[in-house]
Design a protein around this ligand. Structure first.
Ligand SMILES: [Zn+2]
Length: 199
């Protein structure tokens, strides 16, 4: 009689192919407890193994079985047909969760953007060179913070008329307003411009 694995959808038979793959076939154990555990694991309807019942080594974690009930190798635990069901459930769950994930992702992206804005503000903040001539020289190339302030005051009077120049046709009222409501305070804008010039 051909040795055939009794596990649902296993279809492994003792032949040249399974031999080459190193698959072994085990009889059901004589030990009552172990035998019961195996039968339960195989989980076939109204079925009890007989002398011609075999199970292949593919269902055992280490490809062999041991006698320690605490060991993962005590009974068969790997069943490919169960695996498929689990995977399908997982796929469905992932699909259901996709929308909240995208939402979460967008939320995080927004947060990162606002943090980045804040960092930019901080980076360009005039506080970095305030009352510090060495830093002023380092970041702006101007000799002292007093000179920076003088330059600021000089330009501030002219800045109210400043616009983003995008060509005569394209420079709109909105652009002029944007200059006035820029995210950076004017003094920080000046610092930013001077700093960029240094880089
Ligand atoms: Zn099998």
């Amino acid at each position: 009689m051909v040795k055939t694995c009794c596990v649902y959808k296993s279809n492994n038979q003792f032949n040249a192919s399974t031999k080459e793959k190193g698959i072994s076939f085990f009889r059901f154990p004589k030990d009552k407890r172990k035998r019961r555990t195996w039968i339960k694991a195989v989980n076939r309807d109204e079925w009890t193994p007989n002398d011609h019942s075999w199970i292949c080594s593919e269902h055992f974690v280490q490809g062999w079985h041991g006698d320690d009930p605490e060991d993962e190798n005590y009974a068969p635990t790997l069943f490919s047909y169960k695996q498929t069901v689990v995977n399908k459930e997982r796929e469905q769950r992932v699909q259901c969760d996709l929308d909240p994930l995208i939402e979460e992702n967008n939320k995080l992206r927004e947060e990162i953007n606002s943090l980045r804005e804040e960092l930019k503000r901080h980076k360009w903040s005039v506080d970095r060179i305030k009352d510090d001539d060495a830093s002023t020289r380092f970041y702006t190339g101007l000799p002292s913070f007093a000179v920076f302030l003088w330059l600021y005051n000089f330009l501030a009077s002219k800045a109210s008329r400043m616009t983003f120049w995008m060509g005569e046709v394209n420079t709109s009222t909105t652009d002029k307003m944007r200059t006035a409501t820029s995210t950076l305070p004017l003094i920080d804008q000046l610092f930013a411009v001077l700093m960029q010039r240094m880089q």
